[in-house]
Design a protein around this ligand. Structure first.
Ligand code: F6P
Length: 342
């Protein structure tokens, strides 16, 4: 077979490990050929390809980012976008495509499969861990470890200065990174998009902590968290999938905490640091398992499927199951985090 592969949406540690695994499994075990489309869905639209060989994909397991580069291109917003994808598949003599991405990239793959009969298999990736039908996406564990390490560092400086430090983390509209990172780093309060921020509650919890002799606090806030009664921002630029660029809640919150507690408060935005660098061992192994299974599904002609982690097993599910709704934070986990607030 000849197989295409692309990576779309935000980059994330583990993408290269999947590319390596797909090529190794397809070439060594099935005698197939693999080519990479560059820059997400822009690749097949503009017919930008590069050959992927055992040589060119060797030694990639530890490398962050994606050698195929990425973009947030929505083919359904581009003149003849879907048709041009099908033309590239044909001109490159490809039998199938493996699309790696989050809700947007996999959402496009699902539509292309349904409406244009594209032979596609999806590999879910996102540091946000907000894709349905998989317990975890690779990249998430790496991001959480980066958050944990950052909080460890913030602890020592917060303590030295008697400060409240508000750490804003990514995760879009789900609180997975905030909650996991916050619990692992021993945060004193965690704020997530799933629960509107009750400022009185945050202020009381910090005061309670200070009253029992702790002169500093660490608050983790997810970029998508909103204050109660906060109005939606108007005139914001949207990307081609209709998403606003999030960020800024940390600074707003820090000012409010300082005003209502009297404690010196600063905000830190971790930003893209969370998406950079080498994947953790967990993410390398998950990405490798996903890549091998994706290659198997293609060779079994099981199209319109997405690889997924269920418990400790990797399985396949309909792509539709992964993209039909967002997987928001497990509230039982948040209740565990709450035990340590204040
Ligand atoms: O989806 C991954 C993610 O890192 C989100 O957590 C964040 O909101 C978004 O991407 C940022 O995207 P960009 O890098 O395009 O600004």
């Amino acid at each position: 077979m000849r197989i295409g592969i692309l990576t779309g949406g935000g980059d994330c540690p583990g993408l290269n490990a999947v590319i390596r695994a797909v090529v190794r499994r397809s070439v060594s075990n099935y005698g197939s050929e693999v080519v990479g489309f560059l820059e997400g869905w822009r690749g097949p639209i503009e017919n930008m390809v590069m050959p992927l060989t055992l040589q060119s994909t060797g030694g990639l397991i530890q490398r962050g980012g994606t050698i195929l580069r990425t973009s947030r291109t929505n083919p359904f917003k581009i003149e003849r976008g879907p048709e041009r994808i099908m033309e590239s598949m044909k001109s490159n003599r490809l039998d199938a495509l493996i699309a790696m991405g989050g809700e947007d990239t996999c959402g496009v793959a699902h539509k292309m499969h349904q409406q244009h009969n594209l032979n596609v298999v999806c590999v879910p990736k996102t540091i946000d861990n907000d894709l349905n039908a998989t317990d975890f996406t690779f990249g998430f564990d790496t991001a959480v470890n980066i958050v944990m390490e950052a909080i460890d560092r913030l602890h020592t400086t917060a303590e030295s200065h008697n400060r409240v430090l508000v750490c804003e983390v990514m995760g879009r509209h789900a609180g997975w990174i905030a909650c996991y990172g916050g619990i692992a780093g021993g945060a004193d309060h965690i704020l997530v998009p799933e629960i509107p921020i009750d400022l009185t509650n945050v202020v009381e919890s910090i005061k309670k902590r200070h009253a029992r002799g702790k002169d500093y606090s660490i608050v983790v806030v997810a970029e998508g968290a909103k204050l109660e009664h906060q109005e939606a921002l108007k005139d914001q630029e949207l990307d081609s999938f209709g998403h606003v660029r999030l960020g800024g809640i940390g600074e707003t919150l820090a000012k409010l905490i300082e005003k209502h507690t009297g404690y010196e408060t600063r905000a830190i935005v971790l930003g893209h640091i969370q998406r950079g660098g080498s994947p953790t061992a967990f993410d390398r192994v998950l990405a490798t398992r996903f890549g091998v299974l994706a290659a198997d599904l293609v060779h079994e002609k099981k199209f319109g499927r997405m690889v997924s982690l269920q418990g400790s097993f990797v399985k396949d599910v309909p792509v539709a199951d992964g993209v039909d709704s967002l997987k928001t934070l497990d509230m039982d986990l948040y209740k565990v985090a709450e035990v340590f607030f204040g």
